[in-house]
Design a binder for this molecule. Structure first.
Ligand SMILES: O=C(O)c1cc(C(=O)O)c2c(n1)C(=O)C(=O)c1cc(C(=O)O)[nH]c1-2
Length: 250
């Protein structure tokens, strides 16, 4: 390890290089953009990703709870409103439910979380728990996989309508809205991150935190691949029933 910290420009470049491991490259996602996903795979993905969606505001509330800086809180708060909604805007969770309906899922079934696989739940819970326990700057910086998110939302907007004409286009609002929201989040997240990690050790730790977050996203799709591509959902050797737990609030 060198004994000179990276300049902010070099450090940002090192963070951006982690995009090589973004879940845009996961085979489950690649199949989706290429038009090879089945209806069941898309429905499974939407139902499982719902667990990520509903936990993002809990994660952001944990960051607020640990942050003594009023200016940061004022700006970070917008993320909760983006997902939960505010007067005059329905918010991302509602938009995700409409995506669910657009792919043929029943709203009640999504809300029940009965399709959420244990592996997805564990990965998302790990992210929320990291945000609860880490200092607020580390938790804030772990959101920076969003550096790579506009591209993934755009690729859905580009590819899905052509490949999956059975999906009601009204469902695509979520992806469209996130294009600008993610860019704004990244701008704020980067400001915090570049100011906080100014030592060699700190910068190495941040790269590890970003890798942790990439692991969360990749692991979610691994669980979905097992269930929906390889037909090996949990307990498949024993039963076809969804016997797994529905969440015990870890
Ligand atoms: O669809 C995606 O692939 C994707 C990825 C990510 C991400 O990189 O964490 C987020 C989102 N979407 C997203 O919609 C979102 O609101 C979001 C918030 C965060 C975060 O860590 O605070 N990540 C993401």
């Amino acid at each position: 390890m060198t004994d000179t910290p990276m300049t902010p420009t070099e450090f940002e470049a090192a963070l951006r290089a982690k995009g090589a491991y973004y879940h845009i490259h996961h085979p489950f996602h690649q199949a989706m953009y290429a038009g090879r996903a089945t209806r069941e795979q898309i429905q499974g993905w939407v139902a499982n990703r719902f667990y990520y969606q509903v936990n993002i505001p809990l994660k952001d509330a944990a960051i607020l709870a640990n942050c003594p800086d009023r200016d940061v809180r004022r700006e970070w708060l917008q993320r909760i409103l983006d997902h939960d909604g505010a007067p005059g805007s329905e918010g991302g969770i509602e938009a995700w439910l409409r995506l669910g309906e657009a792919v043929g899922l029943d709203r009640e079934q999504i809300l029940s979380q009965e399709l959420v696989l244990p592996g997805v739940r564990f990965a998302v819970d790990a992210y929320v728990n990291f945000a609860r326990r880490a200092c607020w700057q580390e938790a804030a910086s772990s959101s920076l996989t969003e550096l790579f998110a506009p591209q993934i939302h755009q690729s859905r907007l580009d590819a899905w309508p052509a490949h999956y004409p059975w999906i009601d286009p009204a469902g695509y609002d979520y992806f469209r809205t996130r294009l600008s929201q993610a860019r704004r989040d990244v701008e704020h997240g980067l400001r915090i991150t570049l100011a906080h990690y100014v030592t060699v050790e700190g910068q190495q730790r941040m790269l590890e935190i970003l890798q942790f977050k990439l692991d969360v996203l990749w692991s979610m799709l691994d669980a979905m691949s097992m269930a929906y591509e390889l037909d090996r959902p949990p307990y498949h050797t024993v039963t076809t029933d969804r016997v797994w737990h529905r969440g015990i609030a870890l």
